[in-house]
Design a protein around this ligand. Structure first.
Ligand SMILES: O=C(O)CCC(=O)C(=O)O
Ligand SMILES: [Fe+2]
Length: 372
């Protein structure tokens, strides 16, 4: 957390570098910077985003998260998201499974819907703890609006590179329509002694389009394409602001991977204990999840782009880019089937999968869990 001195990221663990994309240059339409964004979004699907100008909002959101997690558990449980696939509200540690054996996660988080933040004091989806309400206008709403702006700018740049009609992807993320877009603040307790490969948050691909992530300690890992090894991603900023001040981590989720016929990459990732001496500390992260609005079909936009049509035609399993599900159904299925209560075995695990079965990658996962 801000203000607490934490140990640096160790240099004796496998670390995956990320391209650094300058948000201001992308916003200004700089084609070399958009090339870099394209490279990152198509190859690993993760990058650092610098100069996003949201540091003050991010800091305040971490405060909101801290105030919320300090509430008594029974107060937080009044706002638990439940087992039906809703993704808004509080999730207690242990409420989600990290594997098909039902091993439980160790993170707790609070998810605040974009729609509730923007409509407050009206309620669109649900109500939240007092600590959230107290900061909705001053903290959650400004963060939400800034994150939306950033995500829409990045999506707009990717849209044009995909050969889609200008504005097409942005139309599928209409701010005025209900969606599962949300902010999430996550806490993982100190993990000293926890095995380095025990997931705090199970392996997954993100459900939506773009994630705008801020973390302060290591623990996030990706499985790079074509490998079966987990690699750490260094935190977006160390607690003292070094070595990556003002950086976020951005990653592509399933919706953009599907819209683009697999050209944009939704990469598998997970969270484990922070490495080395960092494990002795609480781990906090903050994400804004930018997702298509409810009702948008998750299918390749092949009719709108020759590049996407060609990618689908060249795919080993072209059918997987027509999911038959809407963005909201996709998310609810995946959330529901990861709830500990619903984890009845490998079949339930399979039912909660997203694009992890992408044949280009994740060989270990493919071995572990047959593609559906
Ligand atoms: O905490 C992190 O660094 C990543 C969290 C994450 O992957 C998620 O919430 O989807
Ligand atoms: Fe994620």
């Amino acid at each position: 957390m801000p203000g607490v001195m934490l140990p640096p990221f160790p240099d004796d663990v496998p670390k995956h570098p990320l391209l650094v994309v300058d948000y201001q240059l992308v916003k200004a339409g700089d084609s070399a910077e958009i090339d870099k964004l394209w490279d990152a979004a198509t190859k690993l699907g993760f990058w650092y985003l610098k100069d996003h100008d949201a540091d003050a909002e991010v800091h305040a959101m971490f405060q909101m998260g801290k105030e919320t997690m300090q509430l008594p558990l029974d107060e937080k449980m009044k706002y638990e998201q439940g087992d039906e696939g809703s993704n808004f509200g509080y999730k207690a540690a242990g409420a989600s499974a990290v594997d098909s054996a039902g091993t439980v996660d160790s993170v707790e988080f609070i998810n605040v819907a974009k729609d509730d933040a923007l409509a407050y004091p009206s309620v669109v989806h649900r109500t939240y703890p007092q600590t959230v309400n107290a900061r909705i206008q001053s903290t959650v709403k400004p963060f939400t609006l800034k994150a939306i702006d950033i995500c829409n700018t990045l999506i707009g740049a990717l849209n044009d590179r995909l050969g889609l009609p200008h504005g097409k992807l942005n139309e599928l993320h209409c701010i005025d329509k209900p969606s599962f877009c949300q902010s999430r603040c996550t806490k993982n307790p100190p993990a000293r002694g926890v095995p380095a490969d025990k997931p705090a948050l199970g392996q997954h691909t993100d459900y939506g389009s773009l994630s705008f992530l801020h973390n302060r300690l290591g623990g996030l890992q990706v499985m790079p394409p074509g490998t079966s090894e987990w690699c750490y991603i260094e935190a977006s900023a160390a607690p003292d602001g070094q070595p990556l001040p003002g950086h976020a981590i951005c990653n592509v989720g399933d919706a953009l991977a599907l819209f683009s016929g697999g050209i944009l990459r939704s990469n598998l990732h997970r969270v484990v204990a922070p490495p080395g001496a960092q494990a002795a500390h609480e781990r906090w992260s903050l994400v804004y999840f930018h997702r298509p609005h409810n009702g948008v079909p998750l299918a390749a936009l092949a009719r709108d782009s020759a590049m996407i049509a060609d990618a689908v035609a060249a795919a080993a399993e072209p059918g997987k880019y027509s999911t038959g599900e809407t963005a909201d159904a996709w998310l609810m299925r995946r959330v529901r089937m990861r709830r500990t209560k619903n984890m009845t075995g490998p079949d339930a695990w399979r039912q909660g999968l997203g694009t992890e079965h992408d044949v280009r990658a994740q060989t270990a996962v493919a071995r572990e869990v047959p593609a559906y």
